[in-house]
Design a protein around this ligand. Sequence first.
Ligand code: F6P
Length: 319
Amino acid sequence: MKKIAVLTSGGDAPGMNAAIRAVVRNGIYNNLEVVGIKKGYDGLINANMEEMNLSSVADIIHRGGTILRTARSEEFRTEEGRKKALNVMKVLGIDGIIVIGGDGSFRGAKELNTMGIPAIGVPGTIDNDLGYTDYTIGFDTSINTVIDAISKIRDTSTSHGRANIIEVMGRDCGDIALHAGLAGGAESIIVPEAEINVDQVCNKLLKGRNRGKLHSIIILAEGAGNAIDMSNQIKERTGIETRATILGYIQRGGSPTAFDRILASKMGAKAVNLLINGAKNRVVGAKGKNIIDMDIDEALNIKNDFDMESYELAKILSI
Ligand code: F6P
């Protein structure tokens, strides 16, 4: 292994830069040449890349987004696109690649392995929807952004005596909603993993009003519905003025938390060590205090285990 490449793919996540920094610095420390691919798999197909040195990753550990930019590549999904990418890697003498992204990006890494290029995946997504790892890079920053928004919305909600539905990201996964809802003291949390009961949400709201509660915060995971529809339904059923806030991209940006920076640093460095030791078709993850690695196919087959116990606890604590 003489020359390795790194790319970020799919939705960006805070901490991706810290992971890139770890790959580049640990690569150079181990006498490897490191190439940064721009705009995900599209950059691989079009040879859009640059040689990285120690300074290329200076001053980025605290920055959101990804200095390598990202994309959801349609062309790489085609055999022709993948062949082009393989050719670029062969011509440029790239011996291995580290892919930072979510499950779609890992599927791309799997294809590269099949074509004979050792590829290692690093989980970078705010969604925390990968079952094989306790945490993905970006999730912690994202939930901290959401709880900050909850606090602000709660101030206004209290002043006006309104209910608020806050829609958060996560695709089909309710982890952002659950964790931010529990940490933010939300009255109700609606996630795709649990049955939606609008009557229950409304009853809780009315119960709160009856005992003088001025604010009501309902966290809705995007995979479980739409905030505007839900706020209309609640207003109709309870008569309480209800507003909808869709947090959107503020959840994907911003300076990463210490947790995400440390996770990204450890995972990025581990991915380089794996390539040096001859591993292929692996992903890195976090289990308890350990940074682990696992076969990509095995990892992708592990269903994300929703934390029902914490979901029930959030219900109890918000009676
Ligand atoms: O995977 C990260 C994520 O932000 C999801 O939570 C969301 O559903 C999706 O990406 C949005 O993707 P895009 O930015 O491509 O619209």
